[in-house]
Design a protein around this ligand. Structure first.
Ligand code: URA
Length: 424
């Protein structure tokens, strides 16, 4: 077997076998196949596509290219959750305690954010003392004890995906359905998942800008997941406006806590409850997530989780942690109108500009900064009404963010319908 034969086969639309995908994934992981040959294969796969069977084999080959976490023995059913990423997407912070409070065991590995979409690890790291570096054994032990564990991704997990993803990023081969599907699912399988709920985000604040592509991706994830031995449930959700009220690390943790305490009821809360119901139905349980919030079980589970990973309990009793020193407001300068659109991408980039996200991998994050979006599509607004509240490290940063946010909203002179958060 040679890599030239493998490239030629995909170039000529001949199917690759599992052994050939293993060869490719191992060669990517241990650097025995040079980048130029991997890049040539990626472009062939991008242009000609891969069948579902090939995508499942690539998924398994990448999952097997490094360590695989063994979660066998955990109180069943154990589940995982993944989102394709979006602005203000703090769903994991609510969904994990909610599901654990409903009797599931939830184990998850999360990555840091890059670009306009934040990462769960960065959000949790804003809680003073919270550890995001559990070993697989520690993760399993904690999940067994309290039903919930989350850690950062280890480099040993699906290393072939790491190499191929970095090459895709610089060879214009990221937006390929089989390559996206195998990349996402290989990491879930390597992390020990059996059942995953996948929140496929759709809109300007997300990776998939339109509903047709997002629906195609969601169907492919379910089909290929099942061929690779992973139970996958997908939900396509709106990311055309920021999710919930906040974008920025500590602000989002505070919002998640308010949802778990039953203090919020908007689109973000609806999304969390929908995903929880969908996951419980997938594993055949009929617990009620709304009741878990009302009874206080959900917030108690979050408190238990934060304590288990070394985080400060102060985050539950006070809003005065990680507070940015400088604030500014963006107000509506026109006449009475309705909100037609809020550009999630502009909000996400404003948070990055404030220091709440990374422009390059080595940037450090200021957990205190971010943007509160005080309106939703469909809301009526009046002159002078506050649209955004900016939390910044200093006055200059606050002003710069305020200026870019001033152009983020479009208004209509006639009423606009609110956008549903669940799209399919
Ligand atoms: N997320 C991933 O992990 N991989 C992709 O290819 C796209 C999104």
């Amino acid at each position: 077997m040679t890599v030239i034969d493998i490239i030629a086969k995909t170039r000529d639309r001949a199917p690759l076998s599992r052994a050939e995908f293993d060869f490719l994934a191992r060669g990517a992981a241990n650097a025995t196949i040079p980048d130029y040959q991997l890049a040539a294969w990626l472009m062939a796969a991008y242009l000609n596509g891969l069948s579902d069977q090939e995508t499942a084999n690539l998924t398994l080959a990448m999952a097997d290219s490094g360590e695989r976490v063994d979660l066998a023995g955990l109180p069943k059913p154990w589940v995982d959750k993944h989102s394709t990423g979006g602005v203000g997407d703090k769903t994991t912070l609510v969904l994990l305690p909610l599901l654990a409070a409903c009797g599931l065991t939830v184990v998850k590995m999360s990555g840091p954010g890059l670009g306009k979409t934040g990462g769960t690890i960065d959000k949790l790291a804003s809680i003073p003392g919270f550890r995001t570096d559990l070993s697989p054994d520690q993760m399993k032990e904690q999940a067994g004890a309290i039903g919930i564990a989350l850690t950062g991704q280890t480099p040993a997990l699906a290393p072939a995906d790491k190499v191929l993803y970095a090459l895709r990023d610089v060879t214009a081969t990221v937006p390929s359905l089989p390559l996206i599907v195998s990349s996402i699912l290989s990491k879930k399988i390597a992390g020990g998942a059996e059942t995953v709920i996948l929140d496929v985000k759709c809109g300007r604040g997300a990776f998939m800008p339109d509903l047709e592509r997002a629906t195609e991706l969601s169907a492919a994830l379910e089909r290929v997941g099942s061929q690779a031995g992973l139970r996958v449930k997908t939900v396509v959700t709106d990311m055309d406006q920021p999710l919930g009220r906040t974008a920025g690390n500590a602000l989002e943790v505070k919002e998640a806590i308010r949802v778990l305490k039953g203090m919020e009821s908007g689109r973000f809360t609806q999304l969390c409850l929908h995903l929880a119901h969908a996951m419980l139905a997938t594993v055949g349980m009929d617990a009620d997530p709304s009741e878990a919030i009302r009874s206080g079980k959900a917030i108690a589970k979050m408190e238990q989780w934060v304590a288990a990973q070394g985080g400060s309990a102060e985050v539950f009793t006070s809003e005065n942690w990680q507070v940015a020193p400088s604030h500014t407001e963006v107000t509506h300068t026109g006449g009475s109108a309705w909100v037609e659109s809020i550009d999630a991408e502009t909000v996400g980039l404003a948070v990055v500009g404030l220091g709440g996200g990374r422009k390059i991998k080595s940037d450090t994050i200021d957990p205190r900064v971010g943007v509160e979006t005080l309106i939703e599509v469909g809301d009526a607004v009046t002159p002078g009404q506050t649209l955004f509240h900016v939390h910044a490290a200093d006055h200059h940063a606050a002003e710069a963010a305020g200026q870019s946010l001033a152009g983020a909203t479009r208004f209509s002179a006639v009423p606009v319908s609110p956008r549903p958060v669940i799209l399919s």
